[in-house]
Design a protein around this ligand. Structure first.
Ligand code: URA
Length: 204
């Protein structure tokens, strides 16, 4: 049972929904996380970016994309002339899932059930913001938004229209760039992501 269902269903603003989401118990991830990391940005935004889930730093700060992946994301948005402040940034899953390893907390991928449970919040955010375009950053976001697994590396740069008319732009997750070691490959991937963000800018 979800003790917050009714108040969340009645909430009419992002601020109100965010408050209700603080007490979310829709899946077990709340138990180990510090807090719910809800989306951030103006409710009037025309573009919504959807990541996977908060990382270690996001969990502590309570804000999406403020850690290493967020730094890459910010830098490339700036290069593509996209003002993050005018967009709404959120995640498919709103609690940090991790495995403790010594003093460190190692990111662990959310499963289909957790993505499904949290989709309730993402749907609510999209219903309130009503963006012209949603950008799926990586496979988890794409799966949550489209309800099925899609090959994002193959389909990157493409816009898929959902049955409800929502346009979903597919691309990789910025943390994918962070994981590439070979400098030339890293630069190439960074350039591809910048190109995707320039395409998003044109659609804004
Ligand atoms: N990765 C994500 O998918 N989301 C964040 O908020 C941070 C890192």
């Amino acid at each position: 049972a979800d003790p917050t269902g009714e108040s969340a269903a009645a909430a009419r603003t992002i601020a109100a929904v965010r408050e209700v989401a603080e007490g979310c118990r829709r899946c077990p991830l709340w138990r180990n996380a510090t807090q719910t990391v809800f989306g951030e940005g103006p409710q009037s935004a025309s573009v919504v970016f959807v990541g996977e889930q908060p990382g270690d730093q996001e969990d502590l700060a309570g804000k999406p994309f403020v850690g290493p992946a967020g730094k890459v994301f910010d830098a490339i948005l700036e290069e593509a002339d996209v003002d993050r402040q005018k967009t709404y940034v959120t995640n498919a899953v709103k609690h940090f899932k991790f495995e403790p390893r010594g003093k460190r907390r190692i990111h662990s991928k959310p499963n289909a059930g957790e993505i499904q449970a949290c989709r309730w919040w993402l749907d609510k955010e999209l219903a309130l913001v009503k963006p012209d375009l949603v950008v799926a950053l990586g496979a988890t976001a794409a799966q949550s938004l489209l309800g099925k697994a899609v090959p994002v590396t193959k389909m990157r740069g493409q816009v898929v229209e959902r049955e409800d008319g929502l346009k979903v732009f597919l691309t990789i997750h910025p943390s994918f760039i962070l994981r590439i070691r070979e400098p030339a490959d890293k630069d190439a991937e960074r350039a591809r992501f910048r190109q995707d963000m320039r395409a998003v800018k044109k659609l804004m």
